[in-house]
Ligand binder design. Structure first.
Ligand code: 6R9
Length: 658
């Protein structure tokens, strides 16, 4: 989600206010057995391309590459001349190695009793049948297939079937509207749509097929719609529609996987960006699979024989693509997939799943962690989570307090927490601690992975010294990088490669602490300018979350006659915290004490919910509209648009303190 316009001009680098002195060393036994040790950093620094070649060798190639990297900035080709099949690497090779009976996915539906166990041999049969079904419908290599499904096994199966035959999938998150779906189908010119009658969410069937029909009214290019029966509810069925079970079940479960070129496209995934039409991020085959597989194995210290891995993301966003489907399967892991929401039928559902499957690695988002903090410590305490050994976080900066809560209440103070920074565009994890190596600091993504060259620069592109803040950049190409924006090379150049010539600009602010470790400060579009100081929203939010009464906070800069912008904070209280008249003053004083008087919010509003995107990121743009009494901008990407009404109701009672 990098900005469409290059980052705003700043007079100085971003603030660097937060002080954090807690450290968490890797557990000794984990460190001793770790897949990746400290020497990987030196090895990769000595010969970066050789390091990535070794990572690529973890995969099965039908033909080896002749050139590891061809770099015509900003266009990269990795593992040139190499040929491989992604589905073969994710499925068949494990079956051939005698692991057909190993579980690939424990699928847990939201309604009680809806669960399925899928072994690698099952997955191979299902993927082959689906590949044959797509071929029967006339899908050929290079064609685009739109996938609009809930979190059911047919989703990864469809993705792998496309990968197998070289069709390019474009997964559209099952919660998106008809117009979002229509725009994405048209942009990619998809000829097939795979969907379902619906899915289960919050205890109820949630129809999808009518949304597809609405979208398709304006998409004449779509030839067929394959519909999975999930909820069994009545749905409209037209001439183009065919039931999944009528089409797929009768196919042969044999299919010979043909190797594809390392640079053949694998998928398109749209990111909404801040303005304008969504960008179709294009990922290709060899480099992508190399980096997702290596990072999944390294960052989570995956032991495929014994670990039970669970990433709670939706497959409709990149975390699910890379760390539910491609990374874990390439590594032969056993994963859990959960269809529903964390509070159905009760607020302990996640921890019940951890207990049921004896999950050892859990990868989730700060927004979920802060929600669990809000619900209270007693809920996870009811479940046996002693199986857990590594915890991960992704999607937003994790506030130090949320990190420590996660470590303590979920990880029993024994599991390292890896805060992983990356984007749809980067394809795979880029900056993160390593669980067996890094002495982690709560709230810091720490260091670029071996083989990744990242830095923090000022306005002019100069590297800032330790202790400084500025803009995150990536200075060398990496295997899983986006290759372009689908159909729009110029937008690719303008969006990511023009702000700092020769460097990739992700659109995030960051600071380097005194040890040179990296802290992500949020999107540069969210930075506030208060009395001439650039203050990051992340730092003020983290200061608020470090108050014992606050579970979650979102901070924006609102126009102010005196200071240019003033800080307005929206806070959600923890389960047991009462509002009370002194609260706003307490919180303002707490921020002033933690960060300094410059960061003291002008106004604090206690709210029941915050506006979030479907992937859980706070939409500060809408809060800025509220704080400046403007009518709201586009709310269509909100998970729940009634949230904004609840927040607006709060406004008349909100006092502007001093
Ligand atoms: C994987 C994913 C990317 C944006 C990214 C940044 C934010 C993600 C983060 C993080 C701080 C982390 N982000 N992980 N910020 N610390 N560990 O989230 O992809 O949906 O494309 O979003 O998310 O702002 O630029 P995507």
């Amino acid at each position: 989600m990098a900005p469409d316009t290059p980052g705003r001009q700043t007079q100085e680098t971003l603030s660097n206010l937060l002080q954090e002195t807690r450290r968490f060393d890797p557990p000794a036994d984990l460190a001793a057995q770790a897949n990746v040790k400290a020497d990987a950093y030196e090895e990769a620094a000595a010969d970066r391309l050789k390091f990535w070649e070794q990572a690529a060798e973890r995969l099965d190639w039908a033909e080896r590459w002749h050139t590891v990297l061809e770099w015509n900035p900003p266009f990269a080709k990795w593992f040139l001349g190499g040929k491989l099949n992604v589905a073969y690497n994710c499925v068949d090779r494990h079956v051939e190695a005698g692991k057909g009976d190993k579980v690939a996915y424990y699928w847990e539906g939201e309604p009680e009793g809806h669960s399925r166990v899928i072994t690698y041999a099952d997955l191979q049969r299902e993927v082959n049948k689906t590949a044959n079904a797509l071929l029967e419908l006339g899908v050929r290599k290079g064609d685009r297939v739109a996938i609009y499904l809930p979190m059911i096994p047919e989703l990864p199966i469809s993705m792998l079937a496309c990968a197998r035959i070289g069709a390019i999938h474009s997964v559209v998150f099952g919660g998106f509207s008809a117009s979002a779906l229509e725009g994405r189908i048209k942009d990619a010119d998809a000829k097939i749509v795979i969907t379902a009658d619906g899915g289960f969410r919050r205890g109820k069937p949630n129809a999808l097929k009518p949304t597809v029909d609405e979208a398709l009214a304006n998409c004449p290019g779509v030839e067929r719609v394959v519909v999975v029966k999930r909820t069994g509810e009545d749905v409209p069925f037209g001439e183009k529609d065919i039931w999944w079970h009528d089409l797929v079940d009768r196919q042969s479960d044999k299919h010979e996987a043909e190797p594809h070129d390392a640079e053949d496209p694998l998928y398109i995934l749209y990111t909404s960006g801040t303005t304008g039409k969504p960008k179709g991020i294009l990922h290709t085959t060899g480099g992508y699979l190399t980096q997702v597989a290596w990072t999944h194995w390294a960052v989570f210290d995956l032991k495929p024989e014994t670990d039970i891995y669970w990433c709670t993301a939706d497959i409709g966003w990149v975390t699910g693509h890379s760390y539910i489907v491609y990374g874990p399967l390439a590594n032969g892991a056993t994963s859990v997939i959960y269809e529903g929401t964390p509070d159905t039928p009760h607020r302990g559902r996640f921890w019940e799943i951890v207990q049921k499957y004896k999950v050892t690695i859990c990868y989730t988002a700060p927004t979920a962690i802060r929600t669990f903090m809000k619900w209270g410590d007693d809920i996870p305490a009811k479940f046996d989570m002693s199986s857990l050994r590594v915890l991960g976080s992704v999607g937003e900066p994790i506030n130090p307090e949320a990190y420590v809560w996660y470590r303590e209440h979920i990880g029993g103070n024994r599991c390292p927490v890896v805060d992983t920074w990356w984007q749809t565009e980067t394809g795979a994890i880029m900056i993160t601690p390593l669980p067996g190596v890094t002495s982690a600091k709560p709230g810091a993504a720490m260091r670029p992975l071996p083989g990744i060259v990242a830095d923090v620069v000022d306005d002019t592109g100069q590297s800032v010294p330790n202790g400084g803040g500025g803009f995150l950049v990536i200075k060398e190409p990496w295997p899983s990088m986006l290759r372009t924006i689908w159909g729009d090379d110029q937008r690719y150049i303008d969006t990511y490669w023009s702000r700092f010539p020769g460097m990739y600009f992700p659109g995030d602010g960051a600071k380097k602490d005194e040890d040179g470790d990296l802290w992500l400060l949020g999107r540069v579009d969210d930075v506030m300018l208060v009395s001439g100081h650039n203050i990051s929203t992340t730092e003020v939010e983290s200061a608020l979350v470090s108050h014992p009464k606050v579970a979650e906070a979102a901070v924006v800069g609102a126009t102010d006659p005196v200071t240019g912008q003033a800080i307005v904070a929206f806070v959600i209280l923890r389960g047991d915290a009462g509002e009370g008249p002194e609260l706003a003053k307490d919180l303002r004083d707490h921020v002033a004490k933690t960060l300094g008087p410059i960061a003291k919010p002008r106004q604090i509003l206690v709210v029941p919910e915050l506006p979030k995107t479907r992937s859980g990121k706070i939409m500060r743009r809408l809060l800025r509209d509220v704080a400046e009494n403007r009518s709201l901008g586009d709310v269509t990407t909100l998970t729940d648009s009634s949230v904004m009404d609840l927040i607006k109701q709060k406004l008349p009672t909100a006092k502007s303190e001093d």
